[in-house]
Write a protein that binds this ligand. Structure first.
Ligand code: SF4
Length: 92
């Protein structure tokens, strides 16, 4: 398992450090970096998955086999009272 943290999204809540302290380290303001690189040892993956799911700003992503982050669906602007639907060219 490989992961990345987008430090521009991180708000320093610190949940990832609580769940996986061997993987994430926080600076003096609470913003995290990867303590031991982007590869997560099998014995630490459960905590990292909890961190990935609990991060309130989705700053942690699991990388694919080629080391790329997942594609996020694009949505078109939504008019008031309308449901958001993925754009026709999502992931194009
Ligand atoms: S849980 Fe998310 S927002 Fe909080 S410190 Fe970790 S990466 Fe940053």
């Amino acid at each position: 398992m490989r992961i990345a943290v987008d430090r521009t999204l991180c708000d320093g809540f610190g949940l990832c450090v609580v769940h996986a302290p061997e993987t994430f380290s926080a600076d003096e303001w609470g913003y995290v970096s990867l303590a031991a690189g982007d590869t997560v040892a099998p014995e630490h993956q459960t905590g990292v998955r909890r961190a990935l799911l609990d991060c309130p700003v989705h700053a942690i992503v699991e990388l694919d086999a080629q080391g790329r982050p997942p594609r996020r669906p694009r949505t078109r602007p939504v008019a008031s009272g309308e449901r958001a639907e993925p754009a026709a060219d999502a992931n194009a």
